[in-house]
Design a protein around this ligand. Structure first.
Ligand code: GLY
Length: 284
């Protein structure tokens, strides 16, 4: 992968399968200056192919307790097309993330980064988010965040049976040793309803219909991301407006319930992906 190091509106990157491809793109960036100063420096990285997963963990600076894995859908449109967004939906757990890879991630990635931070005198307590690519050669780190993921948290936390506050307090107090997390043996899917135009410019203030009807469905929870209340009604007030989340005994039934809830909600310009969790259903 060859990338212009500066900001290039998401276009300054090329997947180069041959040295000729790389030389051609480098010439465009550094000699022809296609991206101006953004191409003064380039970054060259290993090309990673595989399933992308988000693995979050609680840590008290020593102990690491991973949560179940989830998969985000970062592109705006079905089939992973269109521009990158903050995330158009997520599901958990991820069938492709089995116990063997979970052990590798824990030992080779999560434990090591937490230990390294402690050794540097900056112990981290809280939620560590590892964005990973599961490649044929093993898991590779794409990014770390020091927070929950959005919308990953909406797909993970409804399955957590353990009291979240107790775990967080144990992390803060350095008392996670011996703690364990209990999970509902179910699947959870979150479909993000976005404003028309998002992640580009969009209008706000659109009246949202159907929230009461959708939120009374058994197993459905609706998270407000970009809404505001006006009188007794809710209006859109952001790019990602709602996270319509459903639990089910398996992934297929969670998906079906989430989209039945989505069908009850509407606002002018509303758009969402219709293929959230499809990769999980295909067992990739
Ligand atoms: N959904 C991606 C993130 O929270 O970083």
């Amino acid at each position: 992968m060859v990338k212009a190091d500066g900001l290039a509106a998401g276009k300054g990157v090329s997947v180069c399968f041959t040295e000729d491809d790389a030389a051609r793109f480098l010439r465009e960036v550094m000699v022809e200056r296609k991206f101006g100063d953004a191409g003064e420096r380039v970054v060259i990285e290993e090309y990673l192919e595989g399933e992308e997963v988000s693995v979050l963990a609680f840590t008290d600076g020593r102990e690491v307790i991973p949560l179940i894995a989830s998969q985000d859908h970062k592109r705006a449109f079905d089939g992973d097309e269109g521009p990158n967004t903050g995330g158009m939906g997520a599901y958990a757990p991820v069938p492709a993330y089995g116990p063997a890879v979970a052990d590798v991630v824990r030992e080779e990635i999560l434990d090591r980064v937490v230990r390294a931070m402690a050794e540097r005198g900056i112990p981290y307590r809280g939620v560590l988010y590892a964005g990973l690519m599961l490649t044929a050669a093993g898991p590779r780190v794409l990014e770390f965040n020091v927070r929950f993921g959005d919308p990953e948290a909406q797909a993970i936390l409804p399955l957590l049976e353990t009291d979240l506050v107790e775990v967080l307090m144990a992390a803060v107090r350095g008392e996670l040793r011996g703690a364990r997390l209990d999970w509902r043996p179910e699947s959870c899917v979150c479909v993000v309803l976005a404003s028309g135009g998002y992640p580009g410019p969009y209008r706000t203030g659109m009246p949202i219909e159907g929230l009461d009807s959708a939120s009374t469905m058994e197993g459905v929870e609706i998270f407000h991301a970009g809404t505001r209340r006006q009188g007794g009604a809710f209006l859109t007030d952001g790019g990602r407006v709602l996270g319509v989340t459903a639990r089910g005994p398996d992934l297929a039934r969670a998906v079906e319930l989430a989209y039945r809830a989505v069908a009850r909600i509407s606002f002018p310009g509303m758009h969402y992906r219709t293929d959230i969790a499809r990769r999980g259903l295909l067992g990739r």
